[in-house]
Design a protein around this ligand. Structure first.
Ligand SMILES: *Cc1c(COP(=O)(O)O)cnc(C)c1O
Length: 554
């Protein structure tokens, strides 16, 4: 975005052009300006980095469960080759496993994680109707990690349990007909990489094709289509701050254009952190009826933080690829846990079946080393194969301990009635938000049921105009450099925010993550922002002869 040069320049923001940097790279520059080192953890610096989406909380109970299960599995392993003192163990034995596990639970009564494991096994048996022994066997083998993941897409019972979790969190009470398949992957990151790649390899999107993005959006969705690998045209569907970050009917109607092959959506959004309204979801589902070939991808990483969340996957299951990650809700970014889900009856498989003959022949050759019927290979299994360059399909899949932790997180959440963990997290982030806005001096709408509050966007135009009028906002933009406010916050207050611009917001703005710092830090950030605003109001008054009251923010 070209800006007129203002009269007041700041040496180091004017010297370099940061406009091409992704917000995450620009963040590193802001951290430097704040006197920190980009690789330094926030705990080591007096700098306040609110740019990190990485939560500073984590789920403890299912982790305790993981370690206790690990100890039990070790005991199982050491039952074999017990005559060898050199540290050689074997595989767990299915026979008598449940009884030995009961004994282990009794011996360790009171140890953190033990009650959780007891509940988890009971839930699997009594609620899901699965065999407790089979479940324990899959978990013990998985945590010992002495076999390749089989099936490669996902371990069998693990898929059932994670499927139940996704049903509860993403579908809820919404009617859902049929079954879906899951591919366990290394976080949302891998999900995105794999999906873009397989869509292209199977000609569902080609260079020159048009896709639509729900804006603003997590930056990689903007950057990937531009890569030489993809060369896609992009139509933006813009959510507007004035519309509480919802998409208007007219914006969503852009999906009616038959040129648009696919629509990529983050819901709840990043960065506005607002869940798309029920009316909009219904409108998209309606459009799909008229455009049955439209491919939808919904990235619902933040769904668990919303009230009564329903995914686009529930409303348009046959057209939607569901991406979910355990990173945010369980504070587990280091684990790399995510899922891709597709309905068993889906548009992707249908479009693959309808490809031109020559393309089908080529794809037949591509996948013939892994199946005798390559033409019938499902899209989701193509994802698995492509994730390991087809030729390594037999060793594809997420590491088995990762799948075990994923299952324990899922069970923890399934057993979290009545939403104790969920409500604790919501309370935590919402009270941080309140603290931030209190200090800035802005009251914020707390009555929008679609607000999720994992992030909050400080939209300078929207907030500035509301507080001080249009004239002030126009003066401000004319007399400041892009990113100037962000750099001043970094340099003078050691506060780091991410530029909203990098996520495709239309107005200059900063993204504040509400997940990564403590409440007192958000108060400090709020005070720093307020000080900066007051200074610009003073300058505006001096330059224009007006008499805005800097103390009045709203
Ligand atoms: C954080 C995030 C991801 C990445 O998730 P990982 O599982 O940590 O790779 C994907 N999509 C969105 C929208 C995110 O905010």
């Amino acid at each position: 975005m070209a800006k007129e040069k203002g009269d007041k320049k700041h040496a180091d923001t004017a010297e370099q052009d940061f406009s091409a940097l992704s917000p995450f790279e620009l963040k590193d520059e802001l951290i430097k300006a704040a006197g920190g080192s980009a690789v330094e953890r926030p705990a080591n610096a007096s700098m306040l980095n609110a740019g990190r989406g990485n939560p500073n909380f984590l789920a403890t109970i299912p982790r305790h469960g993981f370690w206790q299960l690990g100890l039990f599995a070790m005991r199982e392993s050491e039952r074999s080759f017990a005559y060898m003192p050199e540290g050689v163990g074997g595989f767990p034995k299915r026979e008598g496993l449940t009884e030995r596990f009961e004994l282990f639970l009794r011996e360790n009564r009171g140890v953190p994680g033990i009650d959780f494991l007891r509940g988890a096994v009971s839930y699997v048996r009594d609620q899901l109707g699965l065999s407790a022994g089979d479940f324990l066997y899959e978990m013990c083998e998985g945590i010992l990690a002495s076999n390749y993941p089989v099936p490669d897409r996902m371990l069998k019972l693990s898929e059932v349990i994670v499927g139940q979790y996704l049903r509860r969190e993403m579908i809820g009470k919404h009617p859902f007909i049929g079954e879906f398949d899951i591919f366990a992957v290394e976080g949302g990151t891998a999900a995105m990489t794999y999906i873009f790649n397989t869509l292209r390899e199977n000609r569902l999107i080609k260079a020159g094709d048009t896709i639509a993005l729900g804006m603003p959006i997590f930056t990689p969705y903007i950057e990937i289509p531009r890569l030489n690998d993809y060369q896609l045209n992009v139509v933006n569907l813009n959510a507007d701050v004035e519309n509480n970050w919802q998409y208007s009917k007219a914006e969503l109607d852009k999906l009616r254009d038959p040129k648009v092959k696919a629509f990529f959506l983050v819901n709840p959004s990043n960065p506005p952190s607002v869940r798309i309204s029920d009316e909009s979801l219904e409108q998209i589902a309606d459009i799909v009826k008229a455009r049955p070939d439209l491919i939808l991808l919904t990235d619902d990483v933040y769904g668990t933080f919303a009230d009564d969340f329903v995914s686009l996957f529930a409303l348009a299951p046959k057209n939607t690829i569901l991406v979910y990650s355990y990173s945010k809700y369980f504070g587990a970014t280091g684990w790399r846990l995510g899922t891709i889900a597709t309905h068993r009856d889906n548009v992707l498989d249908r479009l693959i079946a309808e490809l031109p003959k020559d393309v089908k022949k080529e794809l037949h050759t591509r996948y013939e080393s892994i199946t005798t019927e390559p033409d019938k290979l499902k899209f989701i299994d193509r994802l698995v194969a492509d994730s390991r360059t087809v030729a390594l399909n037999h060793t594809a899949g997420l590491s088995t301990p990762q799948q075990v932790q994923m299952v324990l997180f899922s069970l923890f959440s399934l057993m979290d009635t009545p939403d104790a963990y969920k409500n604790a997290l919501k309370r935590l982030i919402r009270s941080r938000k309140r603290a931030l806005y209190e200090e800035i001096g802005i009251s914020f709408e707390d009555d929008d049921k679609n607000q999720v509050d994992y992030y909050t966007i400080l939209d300078m135009e929207f907030l500035g105009e509301r507080a001080f009028g249009r004239e002030f906002v126009e003066w401000l933009f004319k007399n400041t450099e892009p990113s100037e406010l962000l750099f001043r916050l970094a340099r003078e207050a050691r506060v780091v925010l991410l530029p909203g611009r990098g996520f495709g917001t239309k107005h200059p703005s900063g993204r504040v993550s509400l997940a990564n710092l403590n409440e007192s830090d958000y108060r400090q950030i709020g005070r720093a922002l307020r000080k900066l605003i007051e200074e610009y109001v003073e300058r505006f008054n001096a330059a224009t002869g007006k008499t805005l009251d800097k103390g009045k923010v709203e």
